[in-house]
Design a protein around this ligand. Structure first.
Ligand SMILES: Nc1ncnc2c1ncn2[C@@H]1O[C@H](COP(=O)(O)OP(=O)(O)OP(=O)(O)O)[C@@H](O)[C@H]1O
Ligand SMILES: [Mg+2]
Length: 173
């Protein structure tokens, strides 16, 4: 039987008295792929941030890989990969430099070799030495994905990974 890897019970979250998350309960099993669907501003990104321990909920409780989302955020951050909705890497570093930097921050043992492997895996070879700010939107998304998985996370969060990229690239993604 597959284990539960995300358990969320009765989570609430408001920003300035506006209720964004209203009593969300979720049980996600190992190996499951789950999507949040909702209009702009419906709280999808906020929910991801709460599950990862990036922001606190107002009430309710949750566990991500067995770690409490309100007290054990450091363990959660170590074990998840998070591709954010908007590009949050270093514009003034190259593709390779971004990967190496994240690899070192994530304590990846062979960060140089892992970076090179990911460049090949995502077809980024010709942009290896290109500054991130000069990449097109779709290639930025690929770099973001590579950086989100360099430490081989147990759970991968993708926040609208294919928004604004063309249908072919979307399919490939
Ligand atoms: N740090 C914050 N401070 C104040 N309000 C916030 C904050 N973060 C999010 N919000 C508000 O919470 C609501 C939900 O935002 P969120 O980004 O989670 O929605 P979303 O479903 O991911 O939207 P989108 O589809 O546009 O990405 C929005 O009204 C947003 O303005
Ligand atoms: Mg969002």
């Amino acid at each position: 039987m597959r284990e539960e890897c995300i358990i969320i019970n009765n989570i609430h979250k408001s920003f300035d008295d506006v209720k964004v998350i209203n009593d969300v309960t979720l049980n996600i099993l190992q190996g499951q792929i789950v999507g949040f669907i909702g209009p702009n501003g419906s709280g999808k990104s906020t929910m991801i941030n709460i599950i990862c321990g990036m922001i606190p909920s107002d009430s309710g409780q949750g566990f991500c890989m067995g770690y409490d989302i309100s007290t054990e955020q450091a363990y959660i951050k170590k074990n998840v990969g998070y591709m954010t909705q908007y590009f949050t890497l270093w514009e003034s570093l190259t593709v390779l430099e971004n990967l190496v930097f994240i690899g070192k921050m994530r304590n990846v043992r062979k960060f140089d070799a892992e970076s090179e492997k990911l460049i090949i895996r995502l077809g980024l070879e010709r942009f290896r030495n290109t500054l991130a700010k000069n990449l097109s939107g779709g290639w930025k998304q690929k770099l973001s994905l590579a950086c989100a998985i360099i430490h081989r996370p147990k759970i991968l969060f993708l926040d609208e990974p294919t928004a604004s990229i063309n249908p072919l690239a979307r399919k490939e993604f």
